[in-house]
Design a protein around this ligand. Structure first.
Ligand SMILES: NC(=O)c1ccc[n+]([C@@H]2O[C@H](COP(=O)([O-])OP(=O)(O)OC[C@H]3O[C@@H](n4cnc5c(N)ncnc54)[C@H](O)[C@@H]3O)[C@@H](O)[C@H]2O)c1
Ligand SMILES: O=C(O)C(=O)C[C@@H](O)[C@H](O)[C@H](O)COP(=O)(O)O
Ligand SMILES: [Zn+2]
Length: 362
């Protein structure tokens, strides 16, 4: 059974979630569909999902569209200016016009990069996302944040560019490795803490079932996570305030990714960031012990890291300074004042950061 979540933003679009729904990409070229009127489509995909991209390309060609496939680097190594540049050159060679479109196939690194490419090409052409990892389905493909990394930090260059549609075929998860499924669970669990505690109950009840890519628990986790994300981004696309809650755990998480030169998975770094920020809130008297402890327990139950290098805090603080939530020299964190009750903690003192960090290193 496919479910459709509507993102009721300024440019509303559907997120189709189900098993065996990849064919919806080719169907989207019909009148009124998200790809209607496109004569040329660039399919940008990671190598791991070449088979999915070929399938999509065949469907689009059968519908009369000229398709150009562009293979991206495998993962985070594709989220950079060089890759974006080579994609723009490819769009130029194929003569992609404003009535044409980009289709992104892969994990969040592919949807972030391809979304950025689509945002920049002719100042914005349509993009349809076909997320193929858990993380991309529950988070990256929805909401219109696109971007690349630079030497200065994670996602520092980008644009808000909403997709015309998102087609999340849960069957794609069958080929995703357990470490990648766990990484996606970090964003699922994040969503549970900020907005939907039923997610936490589902994971805690049977962590093994929760990470089984054949479903059905993962199907419900994806649908619940997408519903939360859709509501938040529809209310605050450009992150004036509410949307910041989706960044829970990311202030330190992005700093860990930067410190590890992007060799840690995003979800793994977010897991460490979640444990840290729960501790920060507990020590500030904002979060009760049971909810704070629940972070480490539920993240560890799906195999995610909850500890980090004892000596890393000075480096991490430097990296956190470029976080987009910072205001001048002041670090800002999304914290919880209770389950599903996000707030902000601003300008913590160095000793408060150190005390919270001690729990990570312990
Ligand atoms: N834009 C947003 O709102 C948003 C939200 C969350 C995360 N992100 C970004 O998403 C990225 C992380 O995404 P990710 O975890 O999907 O990583 P990823 O894109 O690097 O994919 C992880 C790995 O899985 C492979 N893969 C993809 N689909 C597969 C499949 N079906 N079977 C087998 N292998 C497959 C990829 O090639 C890669 O090696 C980060 O760059 C993060 O910053 C963006
Ligand atoms: O959609 C959002 O907003 C998020 O913060 C979701 C995060 O999971 C995601 O990693 C996002 O890319 C982080 O955005 P950034 O603005 O901190 O780069
Ligand atoms: Zn994230």
């Amino acid at each position: 059974m496919a479910e459709t979540a509507r993102v009721a933003s300024g440019s509303p679009y559907d997120v189709v979630i189900g098993r065996g729904v990849t064919g919806a990409v080719a169907e989207a070229v019909r009148d009124g569909g998200a790809l209607a009127g496109a004569a040329r489509i660039a399919v940008l995909h990671q190598p791991a999902v070449e088979a999915v991209a070929l399938d999509i390309a065949a469907g689009l060609e059968a519908a009369g569209v000229a398709v150009h496939r562009v293979e991206l680097p495998g993962s985070e190594d594709g989220k950079n200016l060089a890759t974006a540049g080579s994609c723009w050159e490819a769009l130029g060679r194929m003569g992609l016009t404003r009535s044409d479109a980009v289709v992104a196939v892969g994990g969040g690194a592919a949807t972030d990069l391809a979304g950025f490419v689509a945002a920049g090409w002719m100042r914005g052409v349509r993009v349809v996302h076909v997320p193929t990892t858990l993380l991309a389905m529950v988070d990256a493909a929805v909401g219109g944040k696109t971007g690349i990394n630079t030497a200065a930090g994670k996602n520092l260059v980008g644009a808000f560019h909403e997709p015309a549609a998102v087609i999340a075929d849960l069957d794609s998860l069958r080929t995703v490795g357990p470490e990648e499924i766990a990484a996606g669970m970090a964003e699922v669990i994040k969503t549970g803490f900020i907005a939907d505690p039923r997610i936490l109950e589902l994971v805690e009840a049977d962590p093994e079932a929760a990470v089984d890519p054949a479903g059905p628990v993962i199907d419900e986790l994806v649908a619940r996570s997408v519903r939360v994300k859709a509501e938040v981004v529809a209310a605050d696309l450009r992150e004036s305030h509410l949307r910041e809650i989706l960044n829970y755990g990311h202030t330190l998480g992005h700093a860990v990714e930067r410190r590890e030169d992007y060799h840690w998975r995003h979800g793994e770094a977010v897991s460490v960031g979640l444990v840290f920020v729960a501790e920060l809130a507990r020590r500030a008297g904002r979060l009760d012990d049971a909810t704070a402890d629940r972070h480490r327990d539920v993240l560890a139950s799906v195999g995610l890291p909850t500890r980090y290098d004892a000596d890393a805090l000075p480096d991490l603080v430097e990296h956190m300074r470029v976080d987009k939530k910072s205001r001048g020299a002041m670090l800002r964190f999304v914290v919880l004042d209770g389950l599903a009750t996000p707030g902000r903690l601003e300008g913590p003192a160095p000793e408060e950061l150190e005390a919270a960090y001690a729990a990570l290193a312990a």
